[in-house]
Design a protein around this ligand. Structure first.
Ligand code: KIV
Length: 274
């Protein structure tokens, strides 16, 4: 099943720290539903992220902003029911934590209590430190997220590579250390230059998981529907597609339509009573 060097019964926040310390890369993928979560858990994924990318992938919104806390809890509880080995991390959605650490704690408690997830993730640096600290007082593990932070898309205006300039790179480095010092157990770095991601991963003790951040970090995360080729409009440089399910599913559905129209389906063996 898994090709992991360390054979963890259930991946915990401690297991991912051990993986970093032992030089074993951490694998993470998104999932939003029971069926796909069951497959990727069985295949040996270390962390399942119930990302707020569900807003785009599941609901067809242009950004991650519209998804609600109730909707995230619905997706998370479906994934938790499927995950036997993986660590399940859930995104705090836009509007459920920004600018108010009490609200951040309340939202995190709802996610943990109502979905059974194991940790939460939130976007941002110094501006979320008070929230990270308050969430940790309830014993809830927190994953940070820096670089391209899609919940702030309207502040930046584009999905281009972040922290290319020295000033922004230094700010990101400071934020990464602030998140580690506040007690985050891991950090996602999205769409930043490879050299900067390497510097961050080398200077932090906690695992750094990259998406579009190059290979010199402690693990990788992709959106499952993108790596399976179910989505096909979205083709950033960092994305490796392992299947072409858009084409595969289109072909299968076309065959089904044709079989139904021509009365080829169902045949004798697919019918009851001879
Ligand atoms: O919501 C999401 O899918 C994410 C990943 C891109 C890291 O935050």
């Amino acid at each position: 099943m898994s090709t992991a060097k360390s054979d963890f019964k259930r991946i915990t926040t401690n297991s991912v720290l051990t993986m970093k310390q032992e030089g074993e890369k951490i694998s993470m993928l998104t999932a939003y539903d029971y069926t796909l979560a069951k497959i990727i858990d069985h295949a040996g994924i270390d962390i399942i992220l119930v990302g707020d990318s569900a807003s785009n992938v599941m609901a067809g919104h242009e950004t991650t902003l519209p998804i609600t806390l109730d909707q995230m809890i619905y997706h998370a509880s479906s994934v938790v029911r499927a995950a036997q080995r993986s660590l399940v991390v859930v995104d705090l959605p836009f509007g459920s934590y920004q600018g108010d650490s009490k609200n951040a704690l309340k939202s995190s408690i709802r996610i943990m209590k109502e979905s059974g997830a194991h940790a939460i993730k939130l976007e941002g640096g110094h501006e979320v430190i008070a929230s990270v600290q308050r969430i940790l007082t309830a014993g809830i593990p927190v994953m940070g997220h820096l670089g391209l932070t899609p919940q702030s898309i309207y502040k930046f205006g584009t999905y281009t590579v972040r922290a290319k300039e020295e000033e922004e790179a230094e700010k990101l480095m400071k934020d990464a250390h602030a998140l580690e010092d506040a007690g985050c157990f891991a950090l996602v770095l999205e769409k930043i230059p490879r050299a900067l991601a390497k510097r961050v991963a080398e200077s932090l003790s906690i695992p750094v998981i990259g998406i579009g951040a190059g290979p010199d970090v402690d693990g990788q995360v992709l959106v499952l529907h993108d790596m399976l080729g179910m989505t096909h409009e979205f083709s950033p440089r960092f994305l490796r597609r392992y299947l072409s399910l858009f084409e595969e599913i289109t072909g299968a559905v076309k065959s089904y339509v044709s079989d139904v129209k021509s009365n080829d389906f169902p045949n004798k063996n697919e019918s009851y009573g001879g």
